[in-house]
Ligand binder design. Structure first.
Ligand code: ZN
Length: 494
């Protein structure tokens, strides 16, 4: 076993080197590389992925992992978890027939441009044959990867959020359907009209300046992280000491950059606050998509849209945009940043209606993967369900079934993690509030006490444990959607 461990660690150094290269190249492509740069298709990137693939499929590496897996009780807890995850990844990869996998990779790379065209031209039929083949593969995948515990759609869900299956998600979305759908209809009955002050131009350089200020408020360590521009805001990290955030500034939507800055800095804090000892292992960074999103949404919604937060920071915003916010009271500002309305597009939805957009996708995916719903019937089914939940009907497939790119990439099972994150944020908030007065702590001018609690209860573990395990350690209970629905109904009843 000692020999296997030594070999494993040696190989892991190389694997991490390729992960680092990938991190830097992807970042460059999204931020600095010239628009027509062909880096993604370049020979260099092809060689890089080929070499990194060889490392993880190296028979000696597989052998070392197998030895360590059968001796996992003798490993320390971090290494044990890492070996369990790596072992599962290797055996899952081997269960997929090589020729099917190659054909599928080609299919998804061809599907993407077709999807973009179909969305632009509002033509679902164009994309349909590709989506049918993608669904066909995903259905087969659930058979290849099935285990005693995981079958059908659960196989796919587990790939994005380990240990979260239909039983858990059904409980969550059933509660949303019963309690939130009627509430949303009532809360959004009157259409929201943005006040004039909110839709005038806000200078982009000043938006940037204010976002810098917010990162200081959130104690983002600038010596271990940077911020740049990109088309869509995102965060990526490699260990605790290289964490990178992007943002995008729109003159007539100042709140978009402000809340993106808070959201992405939330992701970044998770990365920066992992235990440094995890750097150099495969357990660095956040534990899962859902848990990562719980952190960004915690800062964005629970903290960033609260009265307590803006009581301290609104004067600074008002000073930055003296002309635009002249005479706009804190109450008016809060009302605007917490407005709710019925809308067709998930990525533009507010905090209250957002989870219903995700619920719709979850229900559709469940039916599609089980074979109960066929791709050709998707647009009709989407619009019917959408009308049932929101009381409005999409006028085109572009703002309906074609709005998200995920299915073109074959990412069935991904969507639920978006809503799960918000729900976990509320559960954490409930328990954090038992330990200290969160609102009062914000009067200090920073989120330091909040950061400290999240570091101690969530961040420090990195991905050295499963996300459900971390949630149990942090809150003493399993995932419980009630906190979230209570939070939403309470907040938007006022
Ligand atoms: Zn996010």
């Amino acid at each position: 076993m000692e020999k296997a461990l030594e070999f494993y660690k040696k190989q892991r150094r190389k694997i991490l080197m390729f992960k680092y290269l990938d991190f830097v190249v992807s970042w460059d492509m999204e931020t600095d590389a010239a628009e027509n740069s062909i880096m993604a298709d370049s020979e260099q990137v092809a060689v890089m992925s080929e070499m990194s693939y060889q490392l993880v499929t190296d028979p000696d590496f597989e052998q070392a992992v197998a030895v360590l897996y059968s001796n996992r009780d003798r490993l320390d807890s971090v290494m044990r978890h890492e070996i369990e995850v790596t072992y599962k990844n290797i055996s899952d990869t081997k269960k997929i027939p090589q020729d099917e996998y190659t054909a599928y990779s080609e299919l998804t790379s061809k599907a993407y441009p077709v999807y973009v065209k179909a969305k632009t031209e509002n033509n679902f039929e164009l994309f349909r044959p590709y989506l049918e083949k993608i669904v066909d593969f995903c259905r087969k995948q659930t058979k290849w990867l099935a285990t005693d515990d995981l079958q059908g759609y659960d196989v796919l869900l587990d790939m994005y959020e380990p240990h979260y299956n239909q039983a858990k998600y059904d409980k969550f979305f059933d509660a949303l359907r019963t309690r939130l759908v009627p509430f949303v209809k009532q809360a959004t009955a009157k259409p929201y009209v943005a006040p004039k002050w909110a839709v005038q131009p806000f200078e982009e350089d000043k938006q940037k300046e204010f976002c810098e200020y917010l990162r200081d408020v959130m104690c983002f360590d600038k010596s271990r992280g940077i911020m740049k521009l990109s088309e869509h805001p995102f965060t990526s990290g490699f260990g605790t000491d290289d964490v990178r955030i992007t943002n995008h500034y729109y003159a007539n939507k100042f709140d978009s950059s402000v809340f993106s800055a808070i959201h992405e800095t939330g992701h970044a804090l998770y990365e920066q606050q992992c235990d440094k000892a995890l750097n150099g292992t495969l357990s660095y960074g956040g534990a899962s998509l859902g848990l990562h999103e719980s952190q960004s949404r915690f800062y964005e919604n629970v903290i960033g849209r609260s009265r307590a937060f803006w009581t301290v920071h609104y004067p600074k915003l008002q000073q930055t945009f003296a002309r635009q916010l002249k005479g706009v009271s804190l109450d008016e500002f809060l009302k605007h940043i917490n407005n709710v309305q019925r809308s067709f597009v998930r990525t533009e939805a507010d905090e209250l209606t957002y989870p219903l957009h995700v619920m719709l996708r979850y229900e559709i995916e469940k039916k599609v993967i089980s074979g109960e719903l066929e791709v050709k019937d998707l647009p009709k089914y989407w619009n019917e369900k959408f009308t049932e939940y929101f009381g409005i009907t999409p006028k085109s497939d572009t703002e309906g079934v074609l709005q998200d790119v995920h299915w073109a990439y074959g990412n069935f099972g991904y969507f639920p993690t978006y809503a799960l994150g918000s729900a976990i944020a509320s559960q954490l908030y409930h328990y954090m509030s038992k330990d200290f007065n969160v609102e009062q702590s914000l009067q200090s001018g920073t989120t330091a006490q909040v950061n400290e609690w999240l570091k101690e209860h969530v961040h420090k573990y990195g991905s050295s444990k499963y996300p459900d395990e971390i949630l149990r350690l942090a809150t003493g209970e399993d995932f419980n959607p009630d906190y979230y629905i209570d939070y939403l109904i309470d907040k938007y009843s006022k």
